[in-house]
Design a protein. Structure first.
Length: 395
């Protein structure tokens, strides 16, 4: 497994800061591996190994720690007579009953630097504000970026990335298509069954799976809960708008999808209707729906969206009168605009992709991203080949 440098850097930046560091993200996205790698990083930075306690609550040796009192006793016994700072790395801590009582107590003692992960069935982002109010920093772990993908698979191509996505769990299969798709389907089922169905006690799993299928099929398209409900009615399936909204929220909480709101760039307001949804790993779409290459423009848009999230941007869909900007990406009060398309081999396509920027009068960077290898940059609007964009974190 490659080193997940982006996340290790964030963890090192937060080292010894008075907050509980929490790794969240899609099931099997590599959170446990990052915790293992961070333990090694601490040692390389000069931390005494005896001052690092790493517990993986999915391993047999930790099964005896079933509740917060046992966890508290175990950690305090380990910490006895040690001189701080002491590092607690608690992997899958949600397996411990009332774990937050122990973790909050450790935090209050001011001698521990605490890092935790949890599966989404036991610990969702929405729980953190309740369990660890004001005491935590959340680091979301995403599937492999294209930069990471080509390090992991030196012979891999961009088309491989389009098909296989970035889930680290398929590394050992060396891009074997059939085996990898089976593992990705299993990862999906695990996320759905354990992180959604079990947690929310959903009975109508058929409707849940159909909603997921709908979103995976229509990534990057504007739709509403009402339009999904109407779609089901056309299929002779009665599903209320409230049910659709609840299920979409549950799916998002399990990190399978991301909801993206539209931003009226003239009225300077966030619109409350007709959101878009993108999926966390497009390889799962290939495993469940298939034919990523046949909807390549949709997949390219999804890849760019996830890359912007990975780079720390807050992302909206831009609306200017009747026109739409694919992505308005905001970070540190700076705005970047992105249009994404497949190829611009005719003048009409170039006019459409570049022309939308005629309606935006500010001086923030504006990009058009495509698979073209010819540079179509014009009028201050920068054209990027998508691979160049993915390999350059500054774009």
């Amino acid at each position: 497994m490659i080193k997940r440098e982006l996340y290790l850097k964030q963890l090192k930046d937060y080292q010894n800061k008075p907050f509980i560091k929490v790794l969240t993200g899609l099931r099997r996205v590599g959170k446990s591996t990052i915790i293992d790698q961070f333990a090694q990083e601490l040692i390389s930075l000069g931390v005494i190994e005896a001052n690092i306690l790493k517990i993986n609550f999915e391993l047999p040796e930790s099964f005896s720690i079933g509740g917060y009192q046992e966890l508290t006793d175990y950690v305090l016994e380990w910490a006895k007579n040690k001189v701080g700072p002491l590092y607690l790395l608690l992997d899958e801590v949600g397996r411990v009953n009332a774990w937050e009582k122990a973790v909050n107590a450790f935090h209050a003692m001011n001698i521990f630097d605490i890092y935790i992960t949890g599966s989404n069935a036991d610990l969702l982002s929405s729980d953190l504000s309740t369990y660890l109010a004001g005491r935590y920093l959340e680091i979301t772990v995403y599937p492999l970026s294209y930069q990471e993908f080509i390090v992991l698979y030196p012979k891999g191509t961009f088309n491989d990335y389009v098909n296989f996505g970035g889930m680290p769990s398929i590394e050992s299969l060396n891009l074997d298509y059939a085996l990898s798709m089976n593992i990705l389907r299993d990862s999906f089922k695990s996320a759905v069954l354990q992180d959604i169905v079990s947690r929310y006690k959903i009975r109508n799993t058929v409707v849940l799976e159909k909603i997921i299928q709908y979103v995976f099929t229509n990534i990057g398209k504007t739709f509403s809960a009402n339009s999904i409900s109407n779609y089901f009615k056309s299929q002779k399936i009665g599903v209320s708008v409230d049910t659709v909204l609840n299920y979409l929220n549950n799916i998002e909480q399990a990190f399978l999808i991301h909801k993206v709101k539209r931003h009226d760039l003239i009225g300077k307001r966030v619109l409350k209707t007709e959101e878009k949804y993108y999926i966390t790993d497009h390889g799962m779409r290939e495993a469940l729906v298939g034919n990523n290459n046949q909807v390549i423009e949709m997949i390219l848009e999804n890849i760019v969206f996830n890359e912007l999230l990975r780079r720390g941007f807050k992302v909206y869909i831009g609306k200017v009168n009747q026109y739409e900007i694919d992505f308005v990406a905001i970070k540190e009060n700076k705005i970047h605009y992105y249009q994404v398309t497949y190829l611009m081999n005719n003048e009409d396509t170039r006019k459409r992709e570049f022309g939308v920027y005629n309606h935006i009068k500010d001086n923030f960077p504006k990009y058009v991203i495509s698979m073209d290898e010819i540079d179509f940059t014009q009028d201050g609007i920068i054209h990027l080949n998508i691979i160049d964009f993915l390999l350059n974190d500054n774009l």
